[in-house]
Design a protein around this ligand. Structure first.
Ligand SMILES: C[S@@+](CC[C@H](N)C(=O)[O-])C[C@H]1O[C@@H](n2cnc3c(N)ncnc32)[C@H](O)[C@@H]1O
Length: 293
């Protein structure tokens, strides 16, 4: 959905844009192709993304959490923007760089921090969270209806040994079954996704991003958000449709709708079959586009 998402941003030649999730720079490059005199500010909290820095006078990269966009843009004397795109979650680079500990395909220390300087890592979550905390993580971020099965396996193992590596975690939650069936992989992806979302506080960061970007958008300017997880998409959907994160419609004193954004497409946009064939990670992508009213 690369081209589709950039088209949805509706880039004006001399506008000021934000790519909140720079990563490998795919979206940023496309935005720069459409810009003439404008400016593109990119954010990524992973210092490795600096390797993909784009040498272009119109481009500036901040190695920071996107929840701080308004503070960073203030230092550039920017208070209003013509559009923002966010392609949420983890990059293929981060998954493939096995020593970052996001994947159970190779045995590395459980880490999963997108910002390598942040304090909390996956080892802390798995080894120090209590029953309720682990149940919350697996239920909300892994979509497990019965998270206590996973939690109890982790707690049982912790009585004797710390869970230090990616493969150890995979073995603990699957009872050492050495079976690489599709279902087992799907199960493990959800377990690892849940821990990753907790480690990086992804949902709170998304809420902050939606609030600050909505404040900064000029009239008619667009917000394009691509999410990969149901809880993320729910937050974006509620914010766009109701102006609130819990889905309660915002109304003014007289009971009129008080929405600051209007959706371009009423329905969520998903990739076509060709894209899913070429890039299996895109199968869970959901794109929503709105403009400032
Ligand atoms: C799906 S990738 C983006 C890929 C990018 N659009 C491209 O074309 O290469 C998501 C990126 O967002 C970054 N990221 C995730 N959460 C972030 C946050 N709260 N603040 C800043 N960057 C974040 C990750 O480090 C990762 O590099």
């Amino acid at each position: 959905m690369l081209n589709e998402s950039i088209d949805a941003l509706n880039v004006v030649h001399n506008g000021i844009y934000v790519d909140a999730t720079f990563g490998g720079g795919g979206h940023s490059k496309k935005i720069l192709e459409k810009l003439k005199k404008g400016k593109l500010y990119a954010f990524d909290k992973d210092i490795d993304s600096n390797k993909n820095f784009l040498k272009d006078d119109r481009f500036k990269l901040f190695i920071s959490d996107y929840k701080y966009i308004s503070e960073y843009l203030k230092t550039e004397d920017v208070s209003k923007i013509d559009g923002l795109i966010a392609d949420l979650g983890i990059s293929s680079y981060q998954i493939d760089k096995r020593e970052r500990g996001f994947s159970y395909q190779k045995d590395y220390e459980l880490d999963m921090r997108m910002n390598q300087n942040s304090k909390l890592s996956a080892i802390d979550v798995v080894n120090s969270y209590n029953v309720d905390e682990l149940n919350r993580v697996f239920k909300l971020y892994g979509d497990f209806n019965n998270p206590s099965k996973i939690t109890s396996k982790i707690l049982e193992h912790r009585k004797k040994n710390k869970i230090k590596t990616t493969v150890q975690l995979a073995r603990v939650v699957t009872d050492n079954q050495n079976n690489d069936s599709i279902n087992l992989n799907k199960f493990l992806s959800r377990v690892f996704q849940a821990v990753r979302i907790e480690v990086n506080d992804e949902l709170n960061a998304l809420k902050s991003l939606l609030i600050s970007s909505t404040n900064m958008l000029k009239e008619s300017a667009r917000l394009v958000i691509i999410s990969y997880h149901s809880a993320e998409d729910r937050i974006v959907k509620n914010w766009f449709k109701k102006g609130d994160f819990d889905g309660t419609l915002k109304k003014d004193f007289y009971g009129n709708k008080k929405l600051r954004l209007k959706e371009i497409n009423k329905k969520v946009i998903t990739p076509d079959l060709d894209e899913i064939k070429n890039n299996s990670r895109s199968r869970s992508a959901k794109m929503r586009v709105a403009f400032k009213t």
